[in-house]
Ligand binder design. Structure first.
Ligand SMILES: Nc1ncnc2c1ncn2[C@@H]1O[C@H](COP(=O)(O)OP(=O)(O)O)[C@@H](O)[C@H]1O
Ligand SMILES: [Mg+2]
Length: 340
């Protein structure tokens, strides 16, 4: 067994809005990513996916964010314990990069795309920005040709000309391609993609996913792919972790999750996938609970038809129901057999 590239262990994170008002955004969350693997982190809006990604990058705004407990092990090192300086020089934007959901907010409207992308490549090769003066013309030319090559790889036509354009001159799909190129330009070990295609048309979305998959596979980059869309997970991801209201509910290889969904929430999510044969979408009755004073025990119990007193009081332990397939649900005993 290889050890995971990234392992999030019992991560608890709160947003303190007021002395007495706390959003319990992540509650003892666990997931891991093996080297070269694409992990899908799935769940409805507000379940804590972006917060988890920000915690890994160390960019949760604080205040109001408070990392209460837990570990984020990256290549064996705990990022939670790392100094901001160390995070900046070795991890953030280097070993771990991110493709954001909002492409227009992530690019500076005042600079050409070429300028912004060269800045990133330049920064990658330095320890601190004060060494920027050493940036030679030779190095710059080298970066420029690498950049043009990257743009070709993300299938941006006539890249030399595109470098002189401003972000608003590109379509949403093309901007997303640019951001993929930027995220991969530092040769990261881990790429975090936070709903990168949600804002795009379905056909463009499919093209971008295909492109992303090919590029990361070629380079052996691991990916944390955040989405609310199980259809995307089926096409892209090797494994999946399903989150609900700040807790992880089920983790499994993608095929196993779809063939043997075990948590009642995962089952409902799969039932509510649009199906051309079905008359109407099932939907999940009830609403996601507020994360201010969230339900005790399993946070899904308020919407679960199987919930009993144990579910209302205790968070279920993770039990194995199939190879590499774990679920947190009191319906299963310690051996992973369904009790009722
Ligand atoms: N900066 C913030 N301040 C206060 N609450 C926040 C902040 N960021 C996120 N939250 C809250 O944390 C919870 C999880 O949000 P988020 O991680 O964005 O979910 P997702 O990405 O799954 O939609 C939500 O209840 C959200 O309102
Ligand atoms: Mg989000």
């Amino acid at each position: 067994m290889t050890s995971p590239l990234l392992e999030v262990k019992d991560l608890t994170l709160h947003f303190r809005l007021d002395r007495h008002v706390v959003v319990e955004a992540l509650d003892r969350v666990n997931f891991f990513i093996n080297p070269g693997e694409i992990l899908g982190l799935v769940g409805e809006s507000g379940c804590g996916k972006t917060t988890a990604a920000r915690a890994i990058l160390g960019v949760v705004p604080s205040p109001p964010g408070e990392l209460v407990s837990g570990q984020i092990l990256f290549q064996g090192q705990d990022l939670v314990q790392m100094s901001p300086r160390q995070l900046n020089t070795t991890i953030r934007g280097k070993a771990i990069t991110m493709i954001p959901q909002d492409t227009i907010a992530s690019l500076n409207p005042l600079f050409t795309v070429g300028t912004q992308m060269l800045d990133i490549m330049r920064w990658k090769g330095t320890q601190t920005p004060t060494f920027w003066s050493r940036y030679s013309w030779k190095r710059k030319r080298q970066h420029r040709s690498q950049l043009i090559d990257m743009l070709r790889q993300v299938q941006i036509p006539t890249p030399e000309r595109q470098l002189r354009k401003f972000p608003h001159e590109f379509s949403g799909g093309q901007r997303q391609r640019l951001l993929i190129a930027m995220a991969l330009s530092t040769h990261p070990d881990l790429l975090i993609a936070d709903e990168p295609t949600t804002a795009l048309d379905v056909t463009i979305q499919a093209q971008i996913l295909q492109l992303l998959k090919r590029l990361v596979r070629n380079r052996g980059v691991s990916v944390l792919f955040i989405t609310h869309d199980l259809g995307v997970v089926a096409r892209l991801c090797d494994r999946v972790t399903v989150m609900y209201a700040g807790q992880e509910m089920e983790s499994a290889p993608t095929a196993s999750l779809f063939s043997q969904p075990s948590h009642p929430y995962t089952q409902k999510l799969l039932e509510s996938l649009p199906d051309p044969g079905k008359e109407e979408m099932a939907g999940i009755p009830g609403v996601v609970p507020s994360l201010i004073n969230p339900p005790q025990g399993c946070r899904f119990h308020t919407r679960c038809e199987f919930a009993d007193d144990t579910c209302r009081q205790e968070r279920p332990p993770a039990v194995c129901v199939a190879p590499q397939h774990t679920v947190r649900c009191h319906l299963y005993d310690a051996q992973g057999k369904r009790r009722r």
